[in-house]
Structure formats: C-alpha cells, structure tokens
Design a protein around this ligand. Sequence first.
Ligand code: SF4
Length: 293
Amino acid sequence: MIPEPSDSPSQKLLKLEKRLLRQVGQAIGDFGMIEEGDTVLVCVSGGKDSLGLLALLQKLQARAPVRFRLIAMNLDQRQPGFPEDVLPRHFAQVGVEYRIVREDTYSIVKEKIPEGKTTCSLCSRLRRGIIYRTARELGANKVALGHHRDDILETFFLNLFFGGRLKAMPPKLRNDEGDLVVIRPLAYCAEEDLARYARGMNFPIIPCSLCGSQENAQRQQVKAMLRAWEREDPRRIASIFTALGHAVPSHLLDRALFDFASLAAGAGGAEAALDEAVGAAPVHFFAPSPLRT
Ligand code: SF4
C-alpha cells in the first residue's frame, strides 16, 4: 500500500490555525464574549499566548458576522532589557490599532517586595489598574487576556490543593467598578497548540523572564502534575476540563449553591435524571475536544 503523504509544515500550520479559530469562536459564542459594536482592548505582553490571541481575534474579526473594534495594548513595565521597538513594529506589520503604555511598575515591585519573594501578585495588581485605565481612555468596553485552557486548569488545582475552594479562572468577568468586561477567548485552547502556532507564525516573542521573578513553587508543582497526567492519558485533562463546565451543585457540599435545608421527600427527585446524565457522560468526557456543543 502506498503511504499517505504527510502534511507539509504549512498545511500543518493551517490545520492548527483552523482548530484554534474554531476553539476561540466556540468560547466567544458559549460565553457571549464579543457582541456587535464592542471595542476590545487586547492585552499583548509579547508572549506566545497573547500574540496568538491577537492574531486569532484579527482573523475572526475579518470573517465574523458582528462588527467589533480591536485595539492592541502593550504595557511596557520598564523591565531591564525590554526590547521596546518589537511590539510597535509587530502591531504596525499586522495592521492593528495599538497603544503602548510605558509605566515603571518594575521599580515599584522591586522596591516593595523583598529579594527572592515572588513579585507576581503586586505586579499583576498594578498592571490591572493600568489596563483598566487605558481601556477607559480608549473607550473600550471589553479587555481580552491571553489565558488558555492550561492556565485555567492550573488555577483550578491551585485553589483546590492550596486554597480550599472549587474555583478556576473565569472565561468572562465584570470588573469591580462594573464598567468593563474581561474576556479570555483562549479558554478552550491548549498551551501546546499555542506554542506550536507561535513557532509556526514566527511571532516576535519577548522572553518573560526579564523581571527576574520565578514562578511560585506551588504553580510549578501543579504544572508538572498536569503534564505528567497529559503524558499518561490526555483524556484525563479533557475530562477535567469538561467537568469544569458541568458542575452538579446538589452533589457538592456548598449550601450557598444548593438549598439542602429545604429538601424534603415529595414528588420527583433529581437522582434518576442525574444518573442518566452521568451514564451518558463518557461519550462527552472522552471526546478529544473539551468543547461543548
Ligand atoms: S512574571 Fe514578572 S512581569 Fe509577569 S507578573 Fe510576575 S513579576 Fe510581573
């Protein structure tokens, strides 16, 4: 038998892009992330994920039935060695409206956090304030961030193992002031796919170690655990991710989510319907894509 010719690198990249676009489109649709007339501020750090997010949103914008405006934003935190010309050049090349904001959060973080401690929480808080302010200045009503499926899973396990909460990372969130909505259109995309896409597209990636901060040990542990699980059986990761979209409050122990106190014998119970749903679940659980249809 003549072997099937394998895909060329450009065909592989096209297929990968198609999958990512489908997943981003699905997440946008599932959570109502983008609507007609929105102005979306896309936060681009220069990492593989946010550069991919911008590229995918631009492609979707060109073919979407709704009209929305994209503005790319980079916050130059004045980290030593940050190549400040790279992102403006990239934004101009890909033809997106953009704003570069220069604020020295690096010095603030270095001054306030003792040497050797993780600086990310203060840094993120400062960054969030600047991003929201920029969105308001530019008239944006949505802020798009480049967190992906694996970030969501890691956060879920960090909360589960170390925080005592059943909580991941929201795909869509209203800010405390109520004037902006934060969206994560890569919520269904795997990090490995985004890394391959970034390599294939030759994105001008800026290293994320410029601030000198180390990822905290707990996150590293969780990352390693998920990677090992993925190697053992990728269906497990798909199943966990699917489960995040199928919570059953009556089978958890959160009294704020389910009214156990007023549960009494009476007509019709939820148990049979639930057993049926669980019985039917494997088809969905072990589907290769975690997407809901
Ligand atoms: S890795 Fe560096 S730039 Fe990123 S959040 Fe942490 S301190 Fe800030």
